[in-house]
Design a protein around this ligand. Structure first.
Ligand code: FAD
Length: 415
């Protein structure tokens, strides 16, 4: 038998950050995954530590966007129709929580997490060279229509004032070219957020945190977390050649988390939003100097170690649905018109799954009626941003320390 104080299930950014934080505090931890660390959603996201994202990602409720989504014309959101009936409990609640009043109210609890993203990353990265992967370039949101820009500007200014976020709105091609010198004149305005941090390779960042976890004495084991059982003293997972046992268990299984929690009586209405990426050769005469979110088409272009990465918006599809990177095909020609892109560097786009909750809040805390069984999932569009923050909350709870934060909005008991 291999024993530790805590089993952390899932070696994505949330699980690795949590295992590291526990081990850093001297709490013996075994991190478990069925594959090598960091091959889930955390592998290939846009790599933005989104300090600006105090408003979680809501469902657009305007009728034109909804109709174009239903007709398959919205490149930002795609519905895989056979998956939709099973996702209705998620989608109807997501719709409800996305009303303007409700959405703006959610910014208050969400910001308490977002505001701590860099402080907790700094601590996680201490003693590593992970900072070499980060640049403080911020993110730029681009708008193609005056109307879209004015609406977004109002919202951004409200949030900037409420949460003290530095940002600049730039209007007209001349002004926009100060931050994106090689961009075609497709945008009427952009909003530049300064505090967001760009990671050149999110997988490499995760591996550096994992290496630190191992260096501190943390253990890694390959096993299927779905085989988790309760024992008299805690929890157990059958390992390759011996059982892995602990007093506490943390469910950080990302898109697969709800499958496990259902076995222990908690059935959160999780929604799965898949996203894709593909890299392009950069043009040496026209570098992409900022990370750019094209708001009309819902894709992001970001300079990465592997090339210029295009990441897509959301595809609502079940776990079992084979990849269908339609949104890559739809957005590539649009991105090429906007910024010079060389040849494709992969033949098949990568796919990751964002685990989303209908109230847009992650699930962080102890599972109802399951002592020492902790939830750390449902981080949706901001899991890279919130990995170390979640780790800090879970480690405090396992140590029995009370948090200064109001954790009720994230509680697993809310479902
Ligand atoms: C295209 C795209 C762009 C994104 N951009 C950003 C961004 O810029 N900034 C940001 O903050 N977030 C971004 N996100 C969201 C972010 O990537 C996710 O929220 C985050 O990676 C989730 O991390 P996780 O650790 O919860 O899950 P994962 O990284 O998916 O990890 C879950 C782990 O559980 C393991 N697992 C699953 N089932 C089992 C099992 N039965 N047994 C053992 N192990 C199992 C998997 O192998 C995996 O390693 C983006 C997502 C996508 C798809």
């Amino acid at each position: 038998m291999q024993k530790a104080e805590v089993l952390v299930l899932g070696a994505g950014i949330v699980g690795v950050s949590t295992a590291l934080e526990l081990q850093r505090r001297g709490i013996g931890t075994i991190l478990i995954d069925r594959q090598e660390p960091g091959l889930g959603a955390s592998f290939g996201n846009s790599g933005v530590i989104q300090r600006e994202a105090v408003l979680p990602y809501a469902m657009p409720r305007n009728i034109i966007t909804l109709i174009s989504t239903v007709l398959g014309r919205n490149t930002a959101a795609r519905l895989h129709w056979p998956s939709i009936p099973a996702m209705l409990p998620f989608l109807t609640r997501y719709w409800w929580h996305s009303s303007k009043a409700r959405h703006y109210a959610l910014a208050t609890p969400y910001a308490t997490l977002i505001e701590r993203c860099m402080v907790t990353y700094e601590r996680a990265m201490e003693g590593t060279d992970a900072k070499d992967l980060m640049s403080p370039d911020g993110i730029v949101d681009g708008y193609r229509s005056r109307r879209a820009f004015e609406a977004a500007r109002r919202e951004a200014d409200i949030m900037a004032q409420r949460f003290n976020l530095p940002l600049t709105h730039l209007e007209g091609t001349e002004a926009i070219r100060q931050v994106l010198p090689h961009i075609a004149p497709e945008f009427c305005a952009v909003t530049q957020y300064y505090q967001s941090v760009i990671v050149s390779d999110p997988h490499a960042l995760l591996l550096k945190l994992f290496k630190k976890f191992k260096k501190l004495g943390g253990q890694f084991a390959t096993a299927d977390a779905m085989d988790l059982t309760k024992t008299q003293t805690g929890y157990s997972v059958p390992g390759k050649d011996r059982p892995l046992e602990s007093k506490h268990v943390v469910n950080a299984l990302g898109a697969h988390a709800a499958l496990l929690s259902a076995k222990f009586g908690l059935k959160p209405p999780i929604g799965l939003k898949r996203g894709y990426h593909i890299h392009f050769e950069p043009d040496p005469d026209a570098p992409l100097t900022a990370t750019l979110a094209d708001q009309a088409y819902g894709y992001v272009l970001t300079p990465k170690a592997a090339g210029i990465r295009l990441t897509t918006g959301a595809e609502f599809a079940s776990l079992a649905t084979p990849p269908s990177p339609v949104q890559v095909e739809q957005t590539e020609p649009i991105a090429r018109k906007l910024h010079p892109l060389g040849r494709r560097l992969e033949t098949t786009p990568w796919m990751g799954i964002r685990p989303c909750m209908p109230d847009m809040m992650p699930v962080i805390g102890e599972m109802p009626d399951q002592k020492n069984h902790w939830c750390a999932f449902g981080h949706g569009h901001q899991g890279l941003t919130l990995g170390p923050v979640t780790a800090d909350i879970i480690a405090d709870a396992i140590e029995g320390k009370s948090s200064k934060l109001n954790l009720e909005p994230f509680s697993p008991s809310r479902f």
